[in-house]
Design a protein around this ligand. Structure first.
Ligand SMILES: [Zn+2]
Ligand SMILES: [Zn+2]
Length: 116
């Protein structure tokens, strides 16, 4: 499923970010915890709408999960984690440099220190 502009042309590769990308990603991405320190963020690229799966290693100790890991000590002031993300789709985007993936869009999301 290649993303396209309203005129049907494929979106050209463009390294670009937009405040809105982060906002849309924050509302559309789902978060799966695959390990205590690894999350998989899944959702559509805010620019080209390709579905993405982005693994993120968290520095955050989650509370509220039934963990058997007693070795972790209380972190001092857990802080929100700012996670830079970029589109990694394999769709066709004209002008993309060799060996690159994605449409060029990048953005950041905040992974909250505590599950809400
Ligand atoms: Zn994209
Ligand atoms: Zn794409």
């Amino acid at each position: 499923m290649a993303a396209s502009t309203p005129t049907g042309e494929p979106l050209p590769y463009l390294e670009i970010t937009d405040e809105d990308y982060g906002r849309r990603a924050a509302s559309e991405f789902t978060v799966d915890e695959v390990r205590s320190d690894t999350l998989i963020l899944r959702g559509p690229c805010p620019r080209c709408r390709a579905s993405l799966e982005i693994p993120v290693v968290t520095t955050i100790v989650h509370r509220g999960f039934f963990g058997r890991r007693l070795r972790r000590v209380e972190p001092p002031q857990p802080a929100d984690q700012v996670e830079p993300m970029m589109c990694m789709c394999e769709d066709d985007h004209p002008n993309r440099p060799d060996r690159r993936y994605g449409c060029g869009a990048y953005w950041t999301v905040i992974i909250p220190a505590r599950p809400s």
